[in-house]
Design a protein around this ligand. Structure first.
Ligand code: NAP
Length: 320
């Protein structure tokens, strides 16, 4: 089979398309024929060798894929050959024609969700669900700011929060992104490249501030987020690419909180809840992954460049 293989940590050019043996499922394992693989920003940090998780070399990147079960190992009962599935992590990497996964890492993909959409399920929807329901206990009627709403996690959060009954404010950095965020459920949208957008957000809340912020770029925004919080408001740090200075008094005066998490560290019980909620959301149409770009697997280096560029529009997926 063809797979992207990383032999040394470095820039996008270390992603090489190679011919490698197709894996065979052992007991408790599932072989998935991949139709699309999701590109997440963490894939690029891991490739650089700068991420908290450093895989042993060589490795094939990717945790998110969608496809069809090709074969199952002994004892597997959850899925059978021919089933449509999405993956939440794999054993051998998602940037390939086939991936081996544990039975617990494959999940049914509803018929109305395309494979490209299925590749944008796990990290984006898992993160958005965890942030809203499990980490911050978001409630209907609360006002939410999705700071960075045009990308994979942001769109998922906008859809889930809108369906929950929150008032949703979202930001993007391009007109196309702003339109998408509005279309997917935000009540109000703001351009995070405009100098006065923070004032506009505060004005939209009648000066009261927002109850909850999902922050995709904390190193840039955490300091100003604190000034946007209502009393007892909370910020949850989802993404950050560096250090930031904050004024603790902004939290003190609002009795606010800064929360954070990593999807890698959630418990089995939390993950079980997330997959059940994702399946229901995909089925009932409240979770609708948006695919902005489909890129051939061989062009994975381009996908890694583009996922870090401005102008996000939902997900970038690789097609083997
Ligand atoms: P993505 O699809 O690349 O989207 C990035 C988002 O950030 C876009 O909406 C982009 O908007 C926005 N952005 C750019 N500049 C911004 C600014 N100055 N202020 C606010 N937002 C800005 O990435 P993603 O998959 O949604 O992930 C978002 C972040 O969360 C990444 O850093 C990722 O590594 C992290 N993450 C963390 C976890 C976790 O477990 N904690 C899980 C998943 C993702 P425009 O392009 O429209 O400007």
């Amino acid at each position: 089979m063809k797979a992207i293989v990383v032999h040394e940590f470095g820039g996008p050019e270390v992603l090489k398309l190679e011919e490698v043996p197709t894996p065979r499922p052992e007991a408790g394992q599932v072989l998935v024929r991949i139709h699309a693989a999701g590109v997440n920003p963490y894939d690029t940090y891991m490739r650089n060798g700068t991420y908290a998780i450093k895989p042993p070399l060589p490795y094939t990147p990717g945790s998110d894929a969608a496809g069809v079960v090709e074969a199952v190992g002994e004892g597997v009962t959850k899925v059978k050959r021919g089933d449509r599935v999405y993956t939440a992590k794999t054993l051998t990497g998602a940037y390939a024609e086939y991936a081996l996964a544990l039975e617990s890492q494959v999940h049914p993909l509803p018929a109305k969700i395309t494979f490209a959409q299925g590749a944008g399920v796990w990290v984006p929807y898992g993160t958005a669900y965890y942030a809203l329901y499990q980490r911050t206990k978001a409630r209907a009627s609360e006002t939410l700011l999705v700071h960075g709403a045009s990308g994979g996690v942001g769109i998922a959060a906008v859809q889930i929060a809108r369906a929950m009954g929150m008032t949703v404010l979202g930001t993007a950095g391009t007109d196309k992104g702003l339109e998408l965020v509005k279309r997917e459920g935000a009540h109000h949208v703001f351009d995070h490249t405009k100098p006065d957008y923070l004032e506009q957000i505060l004005k939209t809340t009648g000066g009261l501030g927002v109850n909850l912020i999902l922050e995709m770029l904390a190193n840039v925004n955490l300091g100003s987020d604190l000034k946007l919080l209502a009393t007892h408001g909370r910020v949850v740090v989802i993404g950050s690419r560096g250090d930031v200075t904050i004024s603790p008094r902004d939290i003190m005066s609002r009795r606010g909180s800064i929360l954070a998490f990593s999807l890698w560290a959630i418990t089995e019980a939390e993950e079980k809840e997330i997959h059940a909620a994702i399946f229901a959301g995909l089925e009932n149409g409240t979770q609708r992954p948006v695919v902005g770009k489909e890129i051939p697997l061989a062009e994975a280096p381009r996908a890694h460049k583009e996922v870090l560029e401005r102008g996000a529009f939902g997900k970038i997926v690789l097609v083997p």
